[in-house]
Design a protein. Structure first.
Length: 110
């Protein structure tokens, strides 16, 4: 299904740097709680099911691409404010979508 350019422009894909990551205790599926710095947009929270390929202690400092203009979503006792993007590998594990070079936090995909 094709979308229009106007539809694509509505999606805000931005870069942020993970500042903090911890195991999401009580989550239905294994996940981390992330606090991500999006520059002028501030720190936003996200829940990410990336526990197979990543350790929580290795995530701070990593830049990620996230959708920043979805409505917040309550996940258990945690309010997820952005959707971190990734791709499933051959086994269905999520690999984060990341820039190959550092860019300023809050930068929007153009």
């Amino acid at each position: 299904m094709a979308i229009s350019w106007e539809d694509f422009e509505k999606i805000e894909l931005r870069i942020g740097t993970i500042e903090r990551a911890q195991v999401f205790e009580g989550a239905k599926k294994p996940a981390y709680q992330l606090w991500i710095n999006f520059g002028e947009l501030g720190i936003k929270k996200s829940s990410a099911q990336i526990t197979t390929l990543y350790k929580a202690e290795d995530l701070p400092g990593k830049q990620v691409i996230a959708v920043t203009n979805f409505a917040p979503k309550q996940i258990g006792k945690f309010m997820s404010e952005v959707l971190v993007t990734g791709f499933a590998d051959a086994d269905g594990n999520i690999a984060l979508a990341v820039p190959d070079l550092p860019v300023p936090n809050g930068s929007r995909l153009i």
